[in-house]
Design a protein around this ligand. Sequence first.
Ligand SMILES: Nc1ncnc2c1ncn2[C@@H]1O[C@H](COP(=O)(O)OP(=O)(O)OP(=O)(O)O)[C@@H](O)[C@H]1O
Ligand SMILES: [Mg+2]
Length: 239
Amino acid sequence: MSSQESTEEAMASGNTMIEMIKVSRTYHPNITALSEISLSIETGEMFFLIGPSGAGKTTLLKLISNMEVPTKGLIEIAGHNINKLKGNKLAYLRQKIGVAYQDFKLLNDRTVAENIAISMEVSYKNPKTIKKQVRDLLDQLQLTDKHNSLTGELSRGEQQRVALARSVANSPRLILVDEPTGNLDASTTKRVMELLNRSKQAGATIVIATHDASIYKQGKHRVMELRNGVIHSLTRGNT
Ligand SMILES: Nc1ncnc2c1ncn2[C@@H]1O[C@H](COP(=O)(O)OP(=O)(O)OP(=O)(O)O)[C@@H](O)[C@H]1O
Ligand SMILES: [Mg+2]
């Protein structure tokens, strides 16, 4: 079996998508952003990360996406030690992870459509498929008329939705979203959650960092509260 096939299989349902064992992250000189976090997230799960500002939510997402490395501990994604993967294997796994950052990280001098298309272009999707997917996502997020706008000229709430559309566009198996509804009204929030739920139904694992109780209090998803870099509680929504 090739490494791509084994990664693909490990990202299918019934397995653990994310395994963290005693993961810590400190920043110079002595800030402990996360301390000894052990956590297991199943494939296909929608998992919420909550907690006060500075609790470590973004740091946790960055560790999972390999944007930051842990100071201590082990992180496995689909059975791979993400900090040991290199070259093609790492590139392949990264293609399977969609991330929407808290500060969006859009290319502000490119159009909305170009920003959303990037991940699909990188994995050589057919141009017709890309066009259709971009239009469908813009319709779903009520951004149809922004197709050709430069992202730098959009409102924050619009940029936030473009970042979300970009993160799910290439049908990733793992979606990490940081504050996806922070700048949105209730009906747009609902659309964002519908989109994420659709990805979940397609089998994706989703981790959402949020302050928005309206999204994590619905349903039976697990909700983990961080405080000062440690797990304060791990419960199910609605309970
Ligand atoms: N690059 C960095 N350098 C130094 N300290 C950092 C860095 N990134 C995060 N921190 C610190 O780590 C801690 C956790 O930050 P983090 O961004 O993970 O919190 P958060 O829970 O996402 O907060 P918010 O709800 O405000 O987004 C904070 O004390 C923060 O100041
Ligand atoms: Mg944050």
